[in-house]
Design a protein around this ligand. Structure first.
Ligand SMILES: Nc1ncnc2c1ncn2[C@@H]1O[C@H](COP(=O)(O)OP(=O)(O)O)[C@@H](O)[C@H]1O
Ligand SMILES: [Mg+2]
Length: 371
């Protein structure tokens, strides 16, 4: 375990400095500047909540479309791209996309499509783009599918010896419980995001609660449940833009749970992320020792590399009372809406929302040799 196969030793041992001190200069500034190459015709690919298909199931959880975008967010992405001089065409990332691309022939697609369903929903648009040879920002299908599925990500982390909570995947509520897993445990859908299916009841203290919650999770989200050791502690997240070793890492963020209703456990679930979004407070930069901050940045970068992500990503952690870090997941297509975590961390160091969107575009343009 822990043998860094296929990874440059440098990538596993180096810790990119916070401000991108790199032989090629400040990476963040370089990415932002690269967005002004061209001008290009950019297809802004989106999945709007108002275009979500109807759902015919007995349980339809209220957060089912939590990942999908609003017209307001889409207008903000478009504005950021237009400010760099590009022509922007907005298009829904659906089954008509291939024909639309044939008609409009953009130079590059700026992909924000979370997908409407399926165990690799974020991989669907990249797969189509790859099939027709279009250039696009964000992860390719394999990385999108890997990072969409938390158990698959965790198996890869485990292979490389990176810390993640012990876990078991439950296909049904009747699966045998691995005797090595000790309560309290945490139950969440295997391949969702934005706190979907994460509530107080995700923390289970006995087998009856576990099986009830797994049953609900499987039924409501039509997918396996990921059961992990519950890590009591702090919620930490760290984001980056760029590629390979030329990445810019944003200030680390800690969720501040003190502003939420007291009956809510300190977990960043769907109530906190959606219903009580207006109560959200964070600490950015998170109050961490330099040693821990370095470890968070190193693990973020390593997770980005081993999962094959591109252009941007955000890695979520829990930090326990003994200062042990556990990687929960990597978001290969993290939210970049004006109020998303990644935006807030970029703003904490003086970037605008437009700067962040353009840095992602710049990373993609540099990757394709277009800037
Ligand atoms: N094993 C765990 N122990 C403690 N809290 C957890 C665990 N897994 C998830 N959480 C809580 O649930 C939140 C959402 O989990 P995460 O895996 O990041 O899924 P999502 O894709 O919904 O963001 C985390 O930010 C954390 O607060
Ligand atoms: Mg998360």
């Amino acid at each position: 375990m822990g043998v860094p196969l296929n990874l440059k030793a440098e990538a596993l041992t180096s810790t990119p400095s916070r401000n991108g001190a790199h032989p090629e200069g400040d990476i963040g500034e370089r990415l932002k500047r690269a967005a002004f190459a061209g001008p290009y015709r950019i297809a802004l690919l989106v999945n709007l909540a108002r275009n979500a298909p109807p759902v015919y199931r007995p349980i339809v959880p209220p957060d089912l479309w939590a990942e999908l975008d609003s017209d307001k967010n889409v207008a903000a992405y478009a504005r950021a791209l237009e400010e760099a001089g590009h022509e922007v065409l907005i298009q829904e990332g659906n089954a008509h996309l291939a024909a639309w691309l044939e008609d409009h022939r953009p130079d590059l697609c700026f992909n924000t499509c979370e997908g409407f369903g399926g165990d690799s929903r974020e991989a669907q648009v990249p797969a189509l783009l790859e099939m027709i040879g279009a250039r696009y920002s964000g992860p390719a299908p394999l990385a999108a599918a890997i990072t969409q599925d938390k158990p698959t990500t965790k198996r890869i982390l485990h292979f490389y010896g990176l810390p993640t909570p012990p876990f078991q995947v439950f296909e049904t509520a009747d699966d045998d419980l691995d005797p090595q897993l000790a309560f309290p445990l945490f139950v969440k859908p295997a391949h969702e995001g934005t706190g979907m299916g994460v509530h107080n009841e995700s923390v289970v203290h006995n087998e009856r609660q576990l099986r009830d919650r797994v049953a609900w999770c499987v039924e409501a989200y039509q997918q396996p449940a990921l059961v992990e050791t519950y890590i009591e502690g702090r919620d930490i997240t760290c984001g980056l833009v760029g590629n390979g070793n030329a990445v810019h890492i944003f200030p680390i963020t800690e969720v501040d749970f003190s502003g939420y209703p007291p009956e809510l456990l300190p977990i960043y679930g769907s109530l906190q992320k959606i219903d009580y979004d207006h109560l959200y407070r964070n600490k950015c930069p998170a109050p961490l020792s330099e040693k821990l901050a370095q470890a968070v940045r190193r693990l973020t970068h390593q997770t980005f590399l081993i999962t094959g992500c591109r252009d941007f990503a955000r890695v979520d952690f829990r930090l326990d009372a003994q200062d042990r870090l556990f990687i929960l997941e990597i978001n290969g297509l993290p939210g970049i809406a004006p109020r998303s975590d990644l935006t807030l961390m970029a703003q904490a160091e003086g970037w605008t929302h437009g700067d962040l969107v353009r840095a992602v575009l710049g990373a993609a343009l540099l990757r394709y040799g277009m800037a």
